[in-house]
Write a protein that binds this ligand. Structure first.
Ligand code: SAH
Ligand code: SF4
Length: 353
């Protein structure tokens, strides 16, 4: 913890780190459980609400920390029920999160950075460039912010780290936020089986991730040869397909889990039969399932979504070879909330709040 920067947001600490802080201030460390429950289970907005904590301790906490909250600058609702939140951060930057309705629950797609440095050719977030990493408080704050808007009968059960940014490029903050998101006793209480982190393939951070947490891993593969992947995803020049897949093969997967390979289908770029067959070969010795994402078009995009027949043919080839394969029907395209369409462009939104 950076002591020169106090008071900081308490949600930037894991519960264990906060217990250490309490201990160092001669306060029983189990109080961390109570405080975290107030923050994440009861969603308290001030230390004064924490009535089972003594007044002097509450005062010390209020002097030492702030309780961070994200401001929702705008909410948009798609015709299919998808909701997109534009959050305003304390320094005036903006990020987006997307709440996706499923059959009997919601999934929240969370951002991990303002912008992204990876420069993928198909992605709208890339156009913004990299601005900064999100803090743990800003990552969990998106979940708290979305929860607050839900009706009593609506259940948010799944989290995907697939919004703006490359989660593994903000490794420490993402790990801290996952600690709180998956803290079943005093945190946000999401099961690790229902949390998925998606990476463009920052290979050196993959094994540490697998050792630090058991959330699901998704890898954005998007091509079956290095020439195409180099063109689509500059990170491939540093960690080419064979290096990435070796990291997947040796990834410390929890029992019976599989790695999800995301594959955006782009007409004439990576959607041929040959590609499908190469993909089958590449994934052969990996515990894999495949998520096909028909390209979501956006302003200025150089790519096109394949027609339905091409998508179906690609899917069938994988299916026939016993792969679990899904076509992700990205929701919320009419409000630019689909995969790869997040830019949090405040100018485009206008300033109406
Ligand atoms: N940076 C991480 C997570 C955020 S991107 C990553 O790249 O994995 C989340 C997903 O959206 C990735 O699988 C990415 O390949 C996909 N995506 C990006 N732009 C897209 C677009 N225009 N259409 C469809 N999917 C897109
Ligand atoms: Fe960044 Fe992921 Fe978009 Fe690539 S696809 S630019 S890694 S957010």
């Amino acid at each position: 913890m950076n002591s020169t920067a106090l008071p900081q947001e308490i949600q930037n600490l894991t519960r264990a780190r906060f217990a250490d802080w309490l201990n160092a201030h001669n306060i029983a460390p189990y109080r961390a459980d109570q405080v975290f429950k107030w923050l994440f289970v009861h969603r308290a907005e001030s230390f004064d609400q924490m009535t089972n904590i003594s007044k002097p301790v509450r005062t010390l906490l209020a002097e030492s920390f702030i309780i961070g909250r994200l401001k929702i600058a705008r909410t948009q609702q798609s015709a299919d029920g998808t909701r997109k939140y534009l959050f305003e951060l304390s320094d005036g930057e903006h990020i987006e999160s997307v709440l996706i309705p499923e059959e009997d629950h919601f999934t929240l797609c969370v951002s991990t950075q303002v912008g992204c440095a990876q420069g993928c050719a198909f992605c709208m977030t890339a156009k913004k460039g990299f601005v900064r990493n999100l803090t743990p408080a800003e990552i969990t704050g998106q979940v708290l912010g979305a929860l607050k808007t839900l009706a009593p009968e609506e259940r948010l059960t799944n989290i995907v780290l697939m919004g703006m940014g490359e989660p593994l490029a903000n490794y420490d903050n993402v790990i801290t936020s996952l600690d709180t998101i998956c803290d079943g006793d005093c945190g946000l209480q999401f099961s690790t089986r229902r949390v998925t982190l998606s990476t463009s393939g920052l290979v050196p951070r993959m094994a540490p991730l697998g050792l630090a947490t058991t959330v699901n891993l998704a890898v954005s593969l998007n091509a079956t040869d290095n020439k195409t992947r180099d063109m689509l995803m500059p990170i491939n020049k540093t960690y080419p397909i064979e290096v990435l897949l070796e990291a997947c093969r040796t990834y410390p997967l929890s029992n019976r889990r599989k790695i999800t390979f995301e594959y955006i289908l782009m007409a004439g770029v990576n959607d041929s039969e040959k590609d499908a067959l190469r993909l089958v070969k590449l994934l052969r010795s990996i515990k894999a399932k495949v998520n096909l994402i028909p390209f979501n078009e956006h302003e200025g995009a150089a790519f096109k979504r394949p027609d339905d027949a091409a998508i179906e043919r690609f899917k069938q080839i994988l299916h026939d070879r016993q792969y679990t394969v899904m076509t992700r029907q990205s929701k919320g395209a009419d409000i630019s909330a689909a995969c790869g369409q997040l830019a949090a462009d405040i100018k485009k939104y206008g300033q109406n709040k």
